[in-house]
Design a protein around this ligand. Structure first.
Ligand SMILES: [Zn+2]
Length: 83
């Protein structure tokens, strides 16, 4: 069997291209922890999702998400040392 050299080079290039992370997929996605005020469970929400929620809020309003465990209200956990 003869290996197609050109094809091989191409896929190598492609892999290299992927390693360079053209879409920024490997960038650390910031995760924000939300805690349910009703059942106390925690859920991780990607920051960009939170930002989308923020879009509709007034300055002093907090992002709230629906708890996937009990349908209660989740708010950003405060005990995370960030910002
Ligand atoms: Zn809950």
């Amino acid at each position: 069997m003869v290996k197609n050299k050109e094809q091989d080079d191409m896929s190598k290039d492609f892999l290299k291209w992927l390693e360079e992370d053209p879409f920024g997929l490997n960038e650390d996605m910031k995760i924000i922890i939300f805690k349910c005020m009703d059942c106390g469970k925690e859920d991780e929400v990607p920051e960009y999702v939170v930002e989308e929620f923020h879009f509709d809020l007034k300055e002093n309003e907090e992002v709230e998400v629906v708890c996937p465990f009990c349908n209660g209200t989740m708010r950003r956990a405060r005990n995370i040392p960030s910002e």
